[in-house]
Design a binder for this molecule. Sequence first.
Ligand SMILES: O=C(O)CCC(=O)C(=O)O
Length: 249
Amino acid sequence: MTGADDGGRRGDYGDADYARLCFQEAPQCSSTAVGQGKVRAAGGYQVKILHDDPRIELIQGLVTPMECERLVALARRKGLHASTVDPRGEGRSGPTSLGYRSSQTAWLEASPEDGLDLLASIDARIRNATGYSLESAEDYQIATYKGAQGPGGAEYKPHVDFASKSGTERGGNRLATVMIYLAAPDIGGFTVFTELNVSVAPEVGSAVVWRNLKGGRGGAGDYRTRHGACPVLRGEKWIANKWIHEDGN
Ligand SMILES: O=C(O)CCC(=O)C(=O)O
């Protein structure tokens, strides 16, 4: 599935928890300092449990630094465009950024030109580490955020990843999100879960994973998973999103 918009779901502006997590607490904490500090092994990876319910996990070293660089190069080659979102959260109807998502994105399709060998290999690792089927997953969305001091650093304000209306998504709703950090900025760019008081420092090659629907397939959207990407203040941040849908899971 390819599209100009990412189906991202609108959040609120002027969010106090977002600001607090991004600007007051984030500089002191990182994925190693937040959460309950529990670790488990899955599919040969070390998985840090950042939050229990809903479960937010960090799969460490899912992708090597060289592979991260290759994904960035593939996205540059494909061409990056201003990120867009679905204003109503009803499907993939964009395109607009509505002033709350200021990253740039490219979609890598399962084709040799887009690095099929690498994408298929990462698919297999995600399957092993999470147990999810990727049968109805979307293509990899690569996104980049450019840094700037003060206002202007690219960000993605708080939102949820699921669609508010069921039945509007091909393959069902977005059951789970796997978000891989491909490049970490010098300052800023934490991923913050505003309802859970969790902030995650970008760690190259690691992936944050969470389930968007309560109880899994057929469940209602879990608004506790509301999250945002804090402004990047210096340097550049790159991520790869893999949205796993309900069908096959
Ligand atoms: O970049 C991040 O840390 C979060 C990205 C995100 O929430 C999204 O792309 O939906």
